[in-house]
Design a protein around this ligand. Structure first.
Ligand SMILES: [Zn+2]
Length: 257
């Protein structure tokens, strides 16, 4: 009986540690980040939708059409649909969804826009579709399973996607995931999970617990800084933290990555 109690105690203890340790690490890793601001325009033509701890971004393409950069964690995309409605738009206004990367807190909402093609950098297509799993410390705890997403177009580093009259520049910033992307549109540089803003106004690298290689992420951000002109970046946006103004936070980060 005593031996049984010890075994039960060990199993319960191990389960608690397995759950508690990641929760504590997640809370600590977000303690210094600047809060997300939902429902506001980042720049004219790009606004943020807040879904709890994650953001999605809506890009105005003109003529009542929009593109999404990420689609949030809610499979019914309720917050995005509500924000579109507030601006006089319906779900079918969404012409395309560009994923910053294949993690499900950025892609689950794709299910709510079945007519919109989903695009992602080639190296994250399998992750987005659920044919490959995440190799981050947290991601290794889960098995990959099909997400129902079919990526219709694999994007490539350096290309410019044109939707109507809107040009969206695509940059590969591998590290958080192998196919992490940054998008530059209407002067907003959307970095997804490749970086975060701090309450101090500085930028930090990807969170290690969710990332496959923070060293690669830092190198990617440094390289990205060298490819951008300060005149073309008005704001930097992050998925799990608030925006920072101008390119300077990225340039400062790159000077001391
Ligand atoms: Zn992620």
């Amino acid at each position: 009986m005593r031996r049984l109690l010890v075994v039960v105690g060990l199993v319960v203890g191990a389960a608690l540690v397995t759950v508690a340790v990641p929760v504590v690490l997640i809370v600590v890793s977000f303690a210094r980040t600047a809060p997300i601001k939902g429902g506001v325009d980042l720049v004219p033509g790009v606004f943020t939708v807040k879904e709890g701890f994650v953001s999605a971004f809506v890009v105005d393409l003109g003529k009542g059409r929009v593109a999404l950069v990420d689609a949030g964690i809610d499979p019914t995309a309720k917050p995005i649909v509500a924000e579109l409605a507030r601006r006089g738009l319906k779900e079918d206004a969404v012409a395309a969804i560009l994923l910053t990367h294949g993690h499900s807190d950025h892609s689950a909402g794709c299910a709510a826009f079945p007519k919109a093609p989903v695009w992602a950098l080639e190296a994250d297509v399998a992750l987005a579709e659920g044919r490959a799993g995440s190799r981050s410390p947290i991601g290794r705890l889960a098995w990959p399973r099909p997400t129902g997403i079919k990526v219709g177009r694999a994007l490539h580093d350096g290309e410019t996607v044109r939707l109507g009259k809107t040009a969206i520049r695509v940059f590969a910033v591998p590290g958080h995931t192998p196919g992490s992307a940054a998008f530059l549109v209407h002067g907003a540089l959307i970095l997804g999970d490749a970086a975060d803003s701090l309450k101090s106004g500085k930028m930090s690298a990807a969170k290690w617990i969710f990332s496959e290689s923070v060293a690669q992420d830092r190198a990617s951000l440094k390289a990205l800084a060298g490819r951008l002109n300060p005149a073309e970046v008005r704001v930097i946006a992050f998925s799990h933290s608030g925006p920072l103004q101008g390119l300077k936070p990225l340039l400062d980060f790159a000077a001391n990555p």
